[in-house]
Design a protein around this ligand. Sequence first.
Ligand code: SDX
Length: 428
Amino acid sequence: MAEGSANIGFGGNGADYPVRSGSVGPDVIDIRKLYANTGAFTFDPGFTSTASCESAITYIDGDQGILLHRGYPIDQLAEQSSFMEVAYLLLNSELPTAAELDKFSYTITRHTMLHEQLSTFYRGFRRDAHPMAIMCGVVGALSAFYHDSTDIADPRQRMIASHRLIAKMPTIAAMAYKYSIGQPFVYPKNDLSYTGNFLRMTFGVPAEEYEVDPIVEAAMDKIFILHADHEQNASTSTVRLAGSSGANPFACIAAGIACLWGPAHGGANEAALNMLREIGHVDRIPEYIARAKNKDDPFRLMGFGHRVYKNYDPRAKVLGAAATEVLARMGKSDPILDVARKLEEIALTDPYFVEKKLYPNVDFYSGVILSAIGFPTTMFTALFALARTVGWVAQWNEMIADPEQKIGRPRQLYTGPTQRDYIPVDRR
Ligand code: SDX
């Protein structure tokens, strides 16, 4: 829907470029013809001013701290929905009826088992392998087992692969945890919820029945909802770029897992709790605030700041409240939560953080809850990947179905040597 045009002049000639408006949010200037018209590229290394695609899945207003999934506010979904329902919404654009949700949950549940040979794949890893290393490897290896759902031109195969990925991530993540602690893998149980199944596969043992704690199940499901999708973040953009070449969905999601692992992205939840534990006591907070402000110190407050949110991350708001509630309902306390609260209070009044609009993000409080549930910090990003698989798969499907989709191939500003002749080694 063209909304007028923008005139961009360069090298003495100007041209009009279409301006398009979405349903909400900033307009875009369609510059696809800029290079042909001017011989110049745009330059935007971190994509701070670049829309890479058209999407109808998730909308973020960073200034207002708003996050919508297919139009529904994240706080309403977190409080009233379930992860399975949000997965259906992200994949299918609308909230499901009760019958649609039952059918979707039934389908997902019956894809939760892994090909038995994949369990031997784990034995190739050292016991102390980081779960994200295992997730990258095992998810990528799925394309060696599920050839009947790798033809991306076939919508039916795309949906089967999507269901398989959503269904098997909990099993793969739980197995990564079991392998790291030397316990046997626990098979899925079809009469449990998606999240209850994951908790049993993670914390259950063959030696006794495992009772899913409804408080923990509800907290875990809420955490999955809050991590499900987030517009064109680094890992989602990785999945889209990998998918734009026609790579199979399992390989694309493995690429997304690899990108998410970074401490600037999904790895921040593990880094944030490690940071809070290193601070250890509220008396030591000023020392770390000073380090975060010191340009000569690479230290950053992990779980703080965001490329898009220049206001409070709405997910952090929900998680901050949930941390207090879940620990209380579990009858647990964690001094680290006091450190987190005090750190937030001090940072939000410090001119450095106020001027740079640095607020807690989704990774600041999640670790306190995950730790209380019993996960080691090394599992935190694997849990983020488990939940984000729903968003990655939804975004991948949207990209494949986009008639304007083509392989992503950015250009560059070249600053290396201009052409020169080869000099044989005996003359150098
Ligand atoms: C996620 O994109 C998404 O949507 C991601 C995500 C999702 O759901 O997919 O929301 C999940 O990745 C959340 C972010 C998790 N990462 C962290 O918590 C790591 C700590 N945060 C930062 O590294 C940083 O804030 C980023 C990476 C999140 C954002 O970086 P930007 O947008 O590139 O901003 P920047 O690095 O240019 O920082 C702007 C300024 C800089 O100072 P100046 O150079 O202008 O003087 O703010 C400073 C930075 O030094 N700054 C921080 C800081 N974050 C930014 N200073 C101290 N502590 C921090 N955490």
